[in-house]
Design a protein around this ligand. Structure first.
Ligand code: FES
Length: 107
């Protein structure tokens, strides 16, 4: 008899942030980076939030495939707390403020 597979895994995530991977890649090709260290949006967010990796993090940053918005100079981001209101993050985004907004559990 095979071992039974778990059907639930615990996570510390309060919510998830979905970031379009293709937008991030396209932005990087155009020389658009985020944060002081000039990173892609997901990496800049993780650095700004200082989160742990994977399910140990307090908040999930998940790179997803194209969300079919495809802005020219930005990256599409979806906060799982507000799935009806997607965000377009431009190159001039204040990473500190964005991180605070995404991390705020009251939002
Ligand atoms: S490339 Fe990001 S929404 Fe299409």
């Amino acid at each position: 008899m095979a071992d039974e597979m778990k059907t639930h895994i615990k996570s510390n995530w309060s919510h998830a942030i979905l970031v379009c991977k293709k937008c991030s890649r396209k932005a990087k090709k155009r020389g658009i980076t985020f944060g002081k260290a000039g990173k892609t949006l997901p990496k800049a967010l993780k650095a700004e939030l200082g989160t742990k990796k994977g399910r140990k993090a307090s908040l999930g940053i998940v790179e997803v495939s194209c969300l079919e918005i495809c802005p020219k100079n930005g990256v599409v981001l979806v906060d799982s707390r507000t799935p009806g209101q997607w965000r377009l993050i431009g190159p001039d985004a204040d990473m500190g403020e964005l991180a605070r907004q995404l991390q705020n559990v009251e939002a």
